[in-house]
Design a protein around this ligand. Structure first.
Ligand SMILES: *Cc1c(COP(=O)(O)O)cnc(C)c1O
Length: 396
């Protein structure tokens, strides 16, 4: 393999296309897909030297794979992280990011506004292993300060969060967390590496569901954990021994996804802003939530922390579940799906799907009403999306 060295002066769009590129002896233009589970050695001595750590050679694709390595190096470069470990899904990334730190008797402080499966991991799974979890309102700095007034091992949050885009002040919460001895893990799925760089704002670790914008075309599952080399080495040990490694095929799809991430996410965000401005001006929509709107509840923090509004818009309709369902069923372009970050625009009713499990009290605490509808805005022409919303709202 020959590797073109990445230049530290490259801008993100260049990194996304070039970083981590390692060409094989065939000098291919596009990154090669090494669809192989194992590797061969030219001699018994080479195998022995590799296992002894004296020779660098791939051993097995649960350990390393050239295509997966290209994806890891490219994403690390884009994120400005020392190292990256790719995982089989976003949930594998979240689980490993915590499992590398936590032991019986440890304490985790986490945002209560997170992806449903993450709430399960921190609130139900780790407590079975003797870990104490405290969930806080992500927007309330006093609540973070109180929760972090005692020694803590890990702090975990999503910012902006699903579905109402609640934001955490990464700089402030990281300072509080570090004073409590905690490692700060940020789920950066909603902001993407295009619009937020949590490591530059004080966080220690960034995790992704690459399933979302990094693939961005609804094809494969994947995830990543990024941070300092020593911490990522711990994640790699977990992956090698537990097995939730990214497949070479998925890594290749995601690597090609990274090439167009910046373009796609910027266009999706332009479309999302157009959708948000239309919805905000519509008399049948009670509330519209999008970070670049003046009405956004944490506008000042959004301006400080994000360089774009992202691809998700939420609204609250006054007519509850019945009205939300009639509206969603009337949409012709937006597909009904719990997924997000796709080229295709999607619409979700969080109370009955993604946020069903947290129950009415959990939803009330997070501000999710029965009339809340979430849009993941895709790459269609914004004029067609607005026309679709207009015709569906006219039918209410
Ligand atoms: C989808 C998602 C995850 C989980 O990722 P998978 O790839 O589905 O395992 C975690 N966090 C957020 C914010 C997500 O949207």
């Amino acid at each position: 393999m020959s590797t073109t060295p990445d230049s530290p002066s490259w801008h993100p769009a260049t990194q996304a296309v070039r970083a981590g590129l390692a060409r094989s002896e065939f000098d291919e233009t596009s990154e090669a897909l090494f669809l192989t589970s194992g590797y061969v050695f030219s001699s018994a001595q080479d195998a022995a030297d590799t296992f002894a750590g004296d020779l660098v050679h791939d051993v097995y694709s649960r350990y390393t794979n050239p295509t997966v390595r290209m994806f890891e190096e490219r994403l690390a470069s884009l994120e400005g992280a020392e190292a990256c470990a790719a995982t089989s899904s976003g949930m594998a990334a979240i689980f490993c990011s915590l499992a590398a730190l936590l032991e019986n008797g440890d304490r985790v402080v986490a945002s209560r506004s997170m992806f449903g499966a993450i709430i399960y991991v921190v609130n139900e799974f780790f407590p079975r292993w003797g870990v104490e979890t405290v969930l806080v309102d992500p927007t309330d700095l006093d609540a973070w300060a109180e929760a972090l007034s005692v020694p803590t091992k890990a702090v975990l949050f999503e910012s902006p969060s699903n579905p109402l885009l609640a934001m955490v002040d990464i700089e402030e919460v990281s300072a509080l967390a570090h004073a409590a001895g905690a490692t700060v893990i940020v789920d950066n799925v909603f902001a993407t590496p295009v619009f937020s760089k949590p490591l530059q704002q004080g966080a220690d670790v960034v995790v992704y569901s690459a399933t979302k914008h990094i693939d961005g075309q609804g094809r494969v599952l994947g995830g990543a954990v990024l941070g300092r080399s020593d911490y990522v080495a711990e994640i790699v040990t977990l992956l090698r021994n537990l097995g939730p490694t990214l497949s070479a095929f998925n890594a290749w799809v995601l690597l090609k996804g990274l090439e167009t991430l910046d373009l796609r996410v910027r266009r999706m965000a332009e479309n999302a802003e157009a959708v948000a401005r239309f919805l905000e001006s519509h008399p049948k929509v009670a509330t519209t939530i999008y970070p670049t709107l003046d009405s956004f509840p944490q506008k000042e923090l959004a301006d400080k922390q994000l360089t774009g509004g992202g691809t998700v818009v939420a609204i609250k309709l006054e007519g509850g579940q019945d009205e939300a369902f009639r509206f969603m069923d009337a949409l012709e372009i937006f597909d009904i799906s719990n997924n997000l970050g796709d080229a295709k625009s999607l619409v979700t009713h969080p109370a009955t799907t993604t946020h069903r499990r947290i129950g009415p009290e959990g939803r009330a605490a997070a501000g999710i009403t029965d009339g809340t509808v979430r849009f993941s805005v895709g790459l269609e022409d914004a004029r067609d999306l607005v026309a679709d919303l207009e015709q569906a709202l006219a039918r209410l």
